[in-house]
Design a binder for this molecule. Structure first.
Ligand SMILES: Nc1ncnc2c1ncn2[C@@H]1O[C@H](COP(=O)(O)OP(=O)(O)OP(=O)(O)O)[C@@H](O)[C@H]1O
Length: 735
């Protein structure tokens, strides 16, 4: 038998401590003995003194060096803990004022969860955030149960192999037994003369003898062992994985990963946290009831609990209309959850425009991606944008080409711009998830699917049959497939919803965050001012500049705006409009100028509404106005870019107004008297005569027929009535 010899240094260290301890014990024994054996108070006092001395010597020369040595070895750990503590103290001091209401809000609800996880501080780009993790529901079933245990697995497997007709004598030697929340993996030595292929060919029979069905049962070679096989079996009663169980790992990853999200636990029961920013886009497939929505909720809650609205903005597209409705009101949202295909098309095209704008920013700042940009321009840091489409197949059915084009462009380019896609679908058929889209979504997650063909489409390879209820396989960036059990906030829908609402309340009540949010958009405005042109995001930003925060905006308002925005994409058959535009090139810009002048300013939304054009076209018109210096900075109060009136325009405007007033007066009174007109307009007589000449040139007045006669009205009575009616309809000044 091999005896392990301790290294020399270890031996010396141990023996010195033992030596001192031995001396101390002997000394202590002598002192105690002396105390009882000797008589007289002096002797007793001497013995006690001796005992104290022995104790001191042991502490100083025995225990203290060992403790110091240990502390020196763990110095890195200690140092990190001290730094973390100091950082926390600093962050808490900074936020204590503003967070008090949040915590006060949270406390009454907190008694519905145990205090296993305390409110955790998450260092972020903008300081330390305190998400209400203590409100996460506790897992009622954290452990699985199975009939195969270390002590009986060999016997049970041996019986099953024998019953399946395989030549096995005696018990099977179990090499390893690993247990995850859903599955067990039992590795065992192959008996002599029994090949893995032979066992695999009897898979159905073995499964039948083991537990009566083959669902979820798999036979593979055992990793790390030679001539060994492994059975993968579902537990009799699987364990749940709750977010609460792995949230500490999520917190630990904040700072190390840009967008950490909880996946769940792997087959060994180890927490799985992935970085969405690295994926960089995710295709998520699962048949109905497989656990897709639960998974999306976990991913979203991971993001929403670790990222402030300054660091992350979300676009949620939910054609099913119910799955993501609960997120309505989060300040992270770029718009309320989008449910209509037309809205979705418009929203996605906005993301494309934003992506292009970000590329321009990267080029201007000589940076290659959002990380470098945010480092270089910390005051103008861009938030990550995550776009979630809950049922891509449904969207493709109604709005195929338009959606696909945007999704394709985002998938191809958006990574560097900090824009990430999560594309969920029940039907991963090739007509829905086309080759180009698949090629640009290198990370995949599959839950239970209808057919082996579907698994192949998603994972680009064969996969074991999944069990549903969050049993999944992921391939991150084309790596090897990894089985996992997805985490849920809770298996009770109500509990999950409660937490999502609590987290929302936390953000809404977090004064600090809303103040920072405002600042962020102001900073964006600065970027716009410098570059003169971030109108591409103006619509998104306008939600923040609105008096009404985005979460209070009604869905109807938003819908109206989006539907209009989507029209050019969805109504190519609206031939009249198209023809009008084609026939009159350049006219929309004239109309846009007129509108801006009349309203004293302009915004993308106004252009869309008034000219009935899409977002991109409206943004381009506004861009041209900005370039030509027609409009100035964005005015948060009026939620538009204000009109810049040049001197020339001012004069022209004044003159047009004067002429109109004159015409109106003349039409009403049916008289043309220069003295009255002079009084009306408050200008000199020469000016009035000049205006009258202009009106004559225009055909409104007839010139005097003789030297002593005055001007007369040239218009017919019908024309006069029409003009007056038109003026009354407009809100001109009343003469
Ligand atoms: N990770 C999980 N842990 C435990 N149970 C789960 C998990 N995921 C899903 N389930 C169970 O499966 C049910 C269906 O899940 P979910 O609603 O996510 O399915 P889905 O794939 O979104 O279906 P659909 O597409 O029809 O909405 C849930 O109500 C829950 O009971």
């Amino acid at each position: 038998m091999e005896v392990r010899t301790p290294p020399a240094a270890e031996k010396k260290k141990e023996s010195f401590f033992q030596f001192i301890t031995r001396l101390a014990v002997i000394g202590a024994a002598i002192c105690v003995g002396g105390y009882f054996a000797l008589k007289g108070e002096d002797m007793h006092a001497l013995a006690l003194k001796g005992l104290r001395l022995v104790g001191m010597v042991w502490l100083i020369f025995g225990l203290a060096p060992v403790l110091l040595q240990q502390a020196w070895r763990d110095r890195a750990k200690w140092w990190a803990a001290i730094r973390r503590w100091m950082k926390q103290q600093k962050g808490q001091r900074a936020m204590s004022d503003t967070l008090t209401p949040v915590i006060a809000h949270s406390e009454p609800v907190s008694d519905r969860s145990a205090s296993v996880v305390s409110d955790q501080s998450v260092p972020g780009q903008f300081g330390i955030l305190l998400a209400p993790y203590s409100l996460l529901p506790s897992n009622p079933r954290p452990h699985a149960s199975s009939k195969l245990r270390a002590d009986n697995a060999g016997e049970i497997i041996s019986d099953a192999l024998q019953l399946a007709g395989l030549p096995v004598e005696g018990d099977i030697q179990v090499l390893n037994l690993e247990s995850g929340p859903t599955l067990q993996t039992v590795s065992f030595q192959l008996p002599p003369r029994l090949q893995l292929s032979k066992i695999s060919s009897k898979k159905e029979d073995i499964a039948n003898h083991l537990f009566g069905h083959s669902l979820g049962f798999d036979i593979t070679s055992a990793t790390n062992f030679r001539s060994a096989a492994a059975f993968v079996l579902p537990h009799d009663e699987r364990a749940y994985v709750y977010m609460r169980d792995v949230v500490q790992d999520l917190i630990n990853m904040k700072g190390k990963m840009a967008l950490p999200v909880i996946f769940g636990k792997d087959v060994r029961g180890k927490p799985m946290i992935q970085d969405l920013a690295k994926m960089p886009h995710l295709l998520l497939a699962g048949a109905t009831g497989s656990g897709k929505s639960v998974y999306i909720n976990t991913v979203l809650t991971s993001l929403l609990s670790t990222q402030s609205p300054i660091e992350l903005r979300l676009l949620l597209i939910d054609p099913k209309q119910v799955e993501l409705a609960v997120y309505r009101g989060y300040p992270h949202l770029l718009s309320p959850p989008v449910t209509e295909p037309k809205q979705a098309i418009a929203a996605l095209s906005k993301i494309v425009v934003e992506m292009e704008r970000r590329y321009e920013l990267l080029a201007k700042t000589f940076t290659r991606n959002i990380v470098q940009y945010n480092k270089k321009m910390p005051n103008e840091a861009l938030p990550y944008i995550v776009v979630v489409i809950d049922e891509y197949a449904d969207l493709m059915v109604v709005a195929g080409a338009a959606v696909e084009e945007s999704v394709q462009r985002i998938a191809q380019k958006a990574r560097a711009a900090g824009i990430h896609l999560i594309l969920g679908t029940q039907r991963p058929s090739v007509d829905v998830v086309t080759g180009v889209i698949k090629a640009n979504l290198p990370s995949r997650v599959a839950f239970r699917l209808e057919s082996t063909h579907d698994y192949r489409t998603v994972l680009d390879g064969a996969a074991p049959q999944l069990l549903g209820f969050g049993d999944g396989i992921c391939r991150i960036q084309g790596g090897s497939p990894q089985r996992f059990q997805s985490a849920s906030i809770s298996v009770e829908d109500m509990e999950s919803t409660n937490f999502i609402e609590d987290l929302k309340a936390y953000w809404i009540n977090s004064n600090q965050v809303s103040a920072l949010g405002q600042e962020e958009w102001d900073m964006s405005e600065e970027v716009a001012g410098a570059a003169a042109q971030d109108i591409s995001t103006e619509l998104m930003e306008s939600e923040i500049h609105d008096d009404v925060p985005p979460w209070e905006e009604t869905q109807e308002e938003h819908l109206e705006e989006e539907v209009i925005a989507a029209e050019p994409y969805l109504a190519p058959d609206d031939e009249e409009d198209e023809e009008e535009e084609e026939a009159d090139e350049g006219e929309p810009y004239e109309k846009a100028l007129k509108l801006g002048r009349k309203q004293g300013g302009i915004s993308v939304a106004m252009l869309q509404r008034s000219l009935r054009i899409g977002y991109v076209a409206a943004a381009q018109l506004l861009q041209r106005m900005v370039d030509e210096g027609r409009v100035g900075a964005h005015d948060p109060e009026r939620n538009m870019r204000l009109w810049i009136t040049s001197k020339e325009e001012q004069t022209l405007d004044d003159k047009a107004m004067m002429l109109n007033r004159m015409k109106r007066y003349i039409c009403r009174t049916r008289t043309v008297k220069s003295t009255e007109l002079r009084d009306l307009l408050g200008v000199r007589r020469e000016k009035v005569l000049q205006y009258m000449q202009e009106l004559t040139d225009e055909g409104f007045l007839d010139p005097p027929k003789a030297a002593r006669l005055g001007y007369t009205i040239a218009w017919s009575e019908e024309e006069i009535q029409q003009f007056l009616a038109q003026m009354d309809a407009e809100d001109g000044d009343d003469i």
